[in-house]
Structures are given as C-alpha cells and as structure tokens.
Design a protein around this ligand. Structure first.
Ligand code: PMP
Ligand code: GLN
Length: 381
C-alpha cells in the first residue's frame, strides 16, 4: 500500500458493523436507516429496471436527475443552476467529494476542515497529495473556535471542506459561523466544498444554511449532497454536486476515471423523489427528531452527558460513566459489555485527546431497536 494511504487501514464503519454482525450486538454504529424511503421512489426504481434502463447512463447523470437537483436547489434555497453545466451526478457524496478535491488540489496544497471529520475527508485529501489543516469542534456544544480556524488558513490554503449538518457531531453550523468560514475563504481566495448530505435532517426548527446562499459565495462554492440520507437509500449511492460551471467541469473530468457512471436505474427514481411534496421531507425530519429525543433521554437517564444534536441522525455521548477511558478500546469492548455497537469519535480526530471517551450512536433505527439498545446499555451500568 502506498505510503500516503498507510494510516487508513479499514474504516471504523466496516470494523464496527462486522463486530455487530459477529456478536449479535444492536448496531448503532454505522449510520444507515433500517426502514426504506418513499414507496413511489422504490416503485420508480423497479419501473426503471423493468423499463430497460440497465446500461450506462450518461456521464454527467440522467437528464431528469440533473433537472431535479437544480429544481431542488431553487425550491428550498433559491439557488438557480443550469442543469447541463452546473450539476454532476456521482456515486454518492463520497465520490462527489473525491472528484472535487482531486480536481482542485495540487500536491502540497492545504485543505482546511473541522475535526472531528467524516472519515473519507482525510483519506481523500491524502489521495490528492494535499495536507489537511483542522480546527477542533469541542464537546458538548461543538462551537467553531475562531482563533484556531483563522490559524488553519495559510497562503497554501486551496479549499475548505465543510460539512453542515455535521457528522459525527450532529451540529448545524450557525449563519454567523458560516459567515466566518466564508470570509476566510474569500480572504484566502479558496474554494469551499460543502457536504450537505444531512440538509433535510434538521430538528427544533433549526435552519440549514447552504454556504452557496451567502453573499459572494456561489462563485466559489461546490455543494455536495446525496439521496442516501434524505430518502433512506444509502445503498443506492446516488449523489451529486453543483456549483460554478468551471468547477463542475473539473470534477466531471476526474469523475470519468473514478467510476465513469453509476446507479443507472436509481437515478430516475431519485429524480422523482426529489420532486415529492414537502410532507415527505417534513416526515423524515419529524420522525428522526422523535428518535433523537428517545435516544438522548435514555442516554441521559444512564447518567451520560449527551450533546443533543440539531441535525443528522447521530448523537455523541460521553461514555466515561460506563468505564470508557480510551474510546476505540471501549467501542471494541461495548458489544461484550452491553450488546451494543457505537463508534468512537476519537478516530475522526487528528488529536484523539479532544474526544477520548466520546461515542457516537446512530438513531436512524426503528423504535424497538432503540429501546432494545438502551435497555441493554442500562443493564451494563
Ligand atoms: N458525507 C457525510 C458527512 C456522510 O455522513 C456520508 C455518509 N456516511 C457521506 C458523505 C457519504 O455519502 P454517500 O453514501 O452518498 O457517498
Ligand atoms: N455515513 C455513515 C456513517 O457516518 C457510514 C458510511 C460508511 O460506512 N462509509 O456512519
């Protein structure tokens, strides 16, 4: 394995899902829902398969999905895009991020991101031969620290890799925090790649503010999203990016040689889903907000400090009262201790000390599963 990949090994999600499978533990580790998305979307995929849409789709994506992504950005955020030149369909958000970073970063360039970060960010930055510079979001409020964020920017900064709502913290960046990021990006003439896959999973009336809607930012922002989270279809791997035509063209060039194309029959189905009524979007957020409350209350009842998330389907708890000293070691032991799997937050940090005893639990699960998990955790106390 090449040296720039040597620190990456097997992802924590693969390790923890395998552990759940081999021990029979309740899997609140890897973030994927255990129920399916809208029936009309599922039916549309079946119709696409039966209708013979089983060969390579067009490189940039099927036209109806390009149009649907543009319509979605206008409907929810007032962002106007030309579907032909400003949208690209990808194999999930993961490929959108990789294609963009690989298209925009020269070896030696620097990428500013927050830690904890979603695991593919560090690996993708390394694949590009770029260097990451991070600012730490600290439990329990995960507020942006202006001083360390400023210090992360240098004359070599090429882009900022942002994620809001944020995995693994569940943080929804405030407008003021985003304006700070935006002003630093403008000052350093940097691109912003903003991963907004959890854009519709926000609670308590919190507002998801897309970076591209801030003044002067549309021209330097590439927005990434995915059907996986909004429509509970993580296995379909339908994602997309949008932004200035020159950046989209650059990402398209790279994407041709990563996967070329993907998910043919699922693309028209996602196009249909994006156009469904507000009730579909509201229902998923309302259902997850209730599940968040259920899990947060139960973890709180166990005496754990919990950071109550305003978005995503993850909650971070401090597992110190359960005997955690080192999060990774504890997460590996949790199945035998309690019959539950969670993900250690420290693996998403360059500085693991910032999250030593923190564990992330996913609540995108049926209520019965959440109840069983909390019952087991209570038994382990
Ligand atoms: N970004 C974040 C923040 C995520 O949580 C995920 C899903 N785990 C992804 C990207 C990847 O999305 P996809 O499955 O569409 O590639
Ligand atoms: N996004 C999911 C999570 O954060 C998992 C994705 C993956 O397994 N790579 O849990």
């Amino acid at each position: 394995l090449v040296s720039r990949m040597q620190s990456f090994g097997t992802t924590i999600f693969a390790e923890m899902s395998a552990l759940a499978a081999s021990t029979g533990a309740v899997n609140l580790g890897q973030g994927f829902p255990d129920t399916d998305g809208p029936q009309a979307m599922l039916d549309a995929a079946k119709a696409a398969i039966d209708g013979g849409r089983n060969q390579y789709p067009p490189g940039p994506g099927v036209p109806e999905l390009l149009t649907a992504v543009a319509a979605h950005q206008e409907r929810f955020y007032g962002i106007r895009l030309d579907p032909a030149s400003q949208v690209l369909v990808t194999a999930g958000a993961t490929e959108a991020i990789a294609a963009t970073v690989l298209a925009l970063c020269e070896p030696g360039d620097e990428v500013v991101t927050f830690e904890p970060y979603y695991d593919s960010y560090a690996a993708t930055i390394a694949l590009a031969g770029a260097t990451r510079r991070t600012s730490v979001l600290r439990f329990p409020d995960f507020a942006v620290d202006e001083e360390s964020l400023r210090a992360a920017f240098t004359p070599r900064t090429r882009l900022v890799l942002l994620n809001t709502p944020h995995n693994p913290t569940g943080k929804v960046f405030t407008r003021a925090e985003l304006e700070l990021v935006a002003s630093l990006a403008r000052e350093h003439d940097a691109w912003v790649v903003t991963d907004e896959v959890y854009e519709h999973l926000v609670f308590d009336g919190a507002e998801h503010v897309p970076m591209a809607t801030l003044p002067g930012m549309a021209e330097r922002t590439i927005t990434v999203s995915s059907a996986g989270k909004t429509f509970s279809a993580t296995g379909w791997k339908v994602g997309w990016l949008s932004g200035p035509a020159e950046a989209v063209a650059a990402a398209r060039t790279v994407k041709q040689f990563l996967t070329f194309v993907a998910s043919g029959p699922f693309q028209p189905a996602v196009a249909l889903a994006l156009g469904l009524g507000d009730d579909v979007y509201d229902d998923i957020a309302a259902s997850l907000q209730r599940k968040r409350d259920l899990l947060c209350e139960a973890l709180g009842d166990l005496g754990l400090d919990v950071s109550r998330p305003q978005g995503t389907y993850f909650v971070i708890a401090d597992a110190a009262p359960l005997g955690a000293v080192d999060g990774l070691e504890f997460a590996r032991r949790l199945p035998s201790l309690a019959g539950v799997v969670g993900v250690p937050v420290s693996v998403f940090h360059d500085d693991p000390e910032a999250a030593r005893t923190l564990i992330r639990f996913a609540f995108c699960k049926q209520d019965s599963v959440l109840h069983e998990a909390t019952r087991r955790l209570a038994g382990a106390r």
